[in-house]
Write a protein that binds this ligand. Sequence first.
Ligand SMILES: [Ca+2]
Ligand SMILES: [Ca+2]
Length: 152
Amino acid sequence: MQFWIFLFRKENRMSVEVLDSATILNFIEDKEAFHVSVRERFANLDTNNDGLLSYSEMLKELQSLRVFDTDFGIDEKRDPTELDQVYASMFKLFDHDSNGTVDLQEFEAETKRMMIAMANGLGVLPVQMVLEEDSFLKKAVDLECTRLAAAA
Ligand SMILES: [Ca+2]
Ligand SMILES: [Ca+2]
């Protein structure tokens, strides 16, 4: 099963942005910008500062995200048990070596994989999306804007 995460939360500021696959791929290819964003989010999630994300630390993040998956379409209402299973499977996706915690390397690798999958799904036609201010996708859009401004 393939999960797509669109990072937006009700309490955060949002904006509507237009993006296409190139916007996302350029962001990932800008290794420094991508790494800094990933590290920032990781640090926010790692509430006990041990350099690892436990299931409960990740759960808070996962619960605040809307989960889209390609099998069921957009934003299906699910019962809590089913959601727990979705969160557990998502945690396993991140925990590559199955040791019960997600380290920065695993977090970055999986975030990158998901964003590439998202870019492939978007294709070349730009789409409008509602993005949370501090989401990875918004950062990708901001970077693209800076790039375009610099080229102009
Ligand atoms: Ca931790
Ligand atoms: Ca691990």
